[in-house]
Design a protein around this ligand. Sequence first.
Ligand code: ADP
Ligand code: MG
Length: 627
Amino acid sequence: MPIRRLPPLLVNQIAAGEVIERPASVVKELVENAIDAGATRIDVAIEQGGRELIRISDNGCGIAIEELPLAIAPHATSKIAVAEDLDAIATMGFRGEALASIASVSRLSILSRTAQQSGGGLIEVEGDTAQPLRPAAGPVGTTVTVRNLFFNTPARRKFLKTEQTEAMRVDDTLEAIALAHPAIAFTMRVDDRIRLELPPQQSPRERVLAVLGQSIESELLEVRGDDHGVLIWGMAGKPAIARGTSKHQRLYLNGRAINDRSINHAIKEAYRGLIDPTRSPTIVLFLTVAPGQVDVNVHPAKAEVRFRNQAQVHGAVLSAVRRTLREADLIPHLQLGEQPLQSWSTALRSGEPTAPSQSPEFSSGLASPASPTDPARAFVDYFRRLDPVQRGFVYSEVKQALAAETPEALREEIATTQSHPSPAEPESLPMVRQVADVLQVHSSYIVTQDAHGLVIIDQHALHERVMFEKLKARLHSDGQPLESQRLLMPVVVNVERSHLATLDELKPLLRRLGVDAEAISPTAIAVHAFTSLLFERGVDPVEFMHELLDRAANRGISTSEEAALHEVLDMMACKAAVKAGDRLQPEELAELLRYRETIERASNCPHGRPTSLRLTLKELEKQFGRT
Ligand code: ADP
Ligand code: MG
């Protein structure tokens, strides 16, 4: 084929392929232009997910009527003039290709007026044909309308997702920009319905709350840092509001939304042990570094950046977020609505079962054999109604434990309790065990107090954290393997053939953890020594090895040594910890509470679930009408 110059339309369409992927990318470019134009108010409207219409209106400086044709020409920009400008870019865009690209794949019109001109102008383009420029009336500012996106590039149009999905992405894009520009008012309409409305002149804090939701204010912690030339401000969510997607994790560098794997890693690391590794925290972080320290133009659309000193930025984020979480009180506070408590007290009085719970997992099948006036029962009923975010319990575990307590078993238990009556245990409270100012409820929860109010602890979750910290401390204090107990007779574990390879891989790790196991046949391994701490806690080596090998074979254990160690320690801690349903002796309760005071991150178990919930005195006063 002969070499030819590509026609301009095709050149622009190819350029569009780089930056204009979907309606949300159009919105991003146009809103950034409005910001560059000094707008204090930006209105976004889309129809049918942005396929049919995208309209952005701003009250910025406007485009002089005679410059309108230039605005849509490729490589035309008002933002840089000489090469030196490239090193000190203060605007969001400067490539001068957004309008040209969008025009090449849609029907575009720009209506604009500057403050100096008495009338505005309108330009309409479709593909590579522009209608003659026309005078048009309008306020100072610019309205860009994009219709029928990708009408002339059907392959791209087919690639779009459903209306709802595209609208959600637009929403997401606009939120991301709005967070970084709290002084600018934004609205967004989807098919004529207001979806987002943000007032002007907000402080950064007010803007974050307006976007994330005022209702979670008490769940957000302010992050501040100033390390090695990296200035950090932001809001970090407590573990209780971590989410299944990373959508609520937003990063900004010098006012621009970015994506950075290393910073994401630092955040994950800071939350390690506080939230389940499969979840992401709700967090908004604004980083400021000297412009010379970073190259922002690695990719125009992907918002990737290259730091001159990646490690310093990583360290600064890790320490700022970690410090914030460490200093915070991470025990979730219970906030009772009017409803739950009323029906709780009604239930107590009348002995009626309370209304079915919202939580399907908990709505039926919960044996509640205690007498209706049993406060323990009332607690459980009350927990049922709590918002799932606030409660954070593993109800299935408790449910199992409770289901095991059949009425027969319970009657037996009451009988034994009664045959050894203790002054601390009134007969009417068969399931509540009182030890000084500590109660064990349903053999699963510990109820106690602290300076702020009533504290309810999930005994398994807390003990798991205690065990985890104990194991970790022993491991790290001298670098030696964990103390190990040699077994008089090796324990034989029957395994699948494929497990032997897994065992080989895990061997060095297991040795560090005080487990000595080796293959004795293609389908059996022998455990010669077992971690002392697990041994003392009565963990069965056979069960442990089975679970470990199964897990490693199915899900794979992390390839990073540190993460793998963490995972196996986690498993050990879980196995060694007391379970829901275990009756604890007074000394055991006291010891557990003592540990709670001394270990780090006692607020959450190693999987990130909370170990404790607090009902503050203030909330109690409110609920009892004392204020
Ligand atoms: P860039 O933003 O990279 O300069 P664009 O193609 O996005 O390139 O815009 C081209 C030019 O059009 C801008 O440099 C600016 O002068 C002008 N412009 C675009 N949008 C607006 C707007 N909303 N208000 C004022 N001027 C605008
Ligand atoms: Mg631009």
